[in-house]
Design a protein around this ligand. Structure first.
Ligand SMILES: [Fe+2]
Length: 299
């Protein structure tokens, strides 16, 4: 086995070299699975994957979820969600921009997605440098780094995760600063805002969650989505959530991924959160294929 892990200086984002995800031995698969569970984010470099090969690799981790906007799912392979700013025949081929705030995917659902794998087909480049980085923070390392007094204060607390709060904020932000956001996405955000209140009830999840595989504890709160702490006065709860998110996104817990063609970035929503940087525009093209792994109720 020629698999080699190159460690970053952060707690997550380590690079896995020397494997072909389309042709993995059982030992290589186990090493990748262990690294993903342990670190929360790993980057498998140098891949050339068809949609079918990405799907086959992804399915080894569990059932897959389809993205809610069917227009952005790959025709013929709808479990691949296209992330792209490319316009073809006057229509966006994927969602141009997603997740500019710090978040853990689908945390407003009773059973949020376990994680996602994002594969880079085209990376926007300017003066030889990639744009459209993604930031990842280790919510597990951040939990470990809390003072004991804060750990004691938050043990057993639950927080409300609200899609309607997020939708309202996302639509307001998109309208105020359309930037990279295509008209289909903007229309979707507005429709989502209007439907969210009735169709996606708020859920509460533990503020400290336990990893389903490793048992490691991590903080679980997303910017804009985690809206209040159950049983705590609103402003006090919001101040606590803000202080926890500010703690998580300190440099020592964050890895900034500079994309390269052929990267497959695997993130685990149970022990990390992420944020996309929207610093590129057409004619600089970005094109990625994402698969999403189904998860379980956070405990
Ligand atoms: Fe996300």
């Amino acid at each position: 086995m020629s698999l080699r892990i190159e460690y970053t200086s952060a707690p997550l984002g380590h690079k896995i070299h020397g494997v072909d995800l389309a042709n993995l031995s059982d030992a290589e698969f186990k090493a990748i699975e262990d690294a993903w569970n342990t670190y929360g984010v790993v980057v498998v470099t140098g891949q050339t994957l068809t949609p079918e090969q990405q799907l086959a690799f992804s399915r080894r981790f569990g059932g897959l979820e389809k993205f809610v906007i069917d227009a952005y799912n790959l025709p013929g392979n709808p479990e691949i969600f296209v992330v792209s700013n490319i316009i073809e025949n006057g229509k966006p081929i994927g969602m141009a921009d997603a997740g500019r705030m710090w978040h853990s995917d689908m945390c407003f659902m009773p059973e949020p997605s376990r994680g996602a794998f994002l594969y880079a087909l085209e990376v926007p480049m300017q003066n030889g440098e990639p744009l459209g980085d993604t930031l990842f923070a280790s919510t597990a390392a951040a939990y470990d780094g809390l003072p004991d007094s804060v750990k004691a204060r938050i043990t057993g607390l639950r927080a409300v995760n609200s899609f309607s709060a997020r939708s309202a904020a996302a639509a307001a932000q998109a309208e105020a600063d359309p930037g990279n956001i295509d008209s289909a996405t903007l229309a979707h955000l507005k429709a989502q805002r209007d439907k969210a209140k009735v169709e996606v009830p708020d859920v509460d999840h533990p503020l400290v969650r336990t990893h389903p595989i490793t048992g490691r504890k991590s903080l679980y709160a997303s910017e804009l989505i985690t809206s209040e702490v159950v049983g705590m006065p609103l402003e006090e709860g919001r101040a606590l959530l803000k202080s926890l998110i500010d703690h998580i996104i300190q440099p020592q817990y964050v890895y900034r991924h500079r994309w390269k063609l052929g990267d497959l970035v695997m993130w685990d929503n149970c022990s990390s959160m992420h944020q996309a940087i929207g610093d590129y525009q057409l004619p600089l093209r970005r094109h990625m294929h994402r698969t999403t792994i189904r998860g379980t109720r956070p405990v």
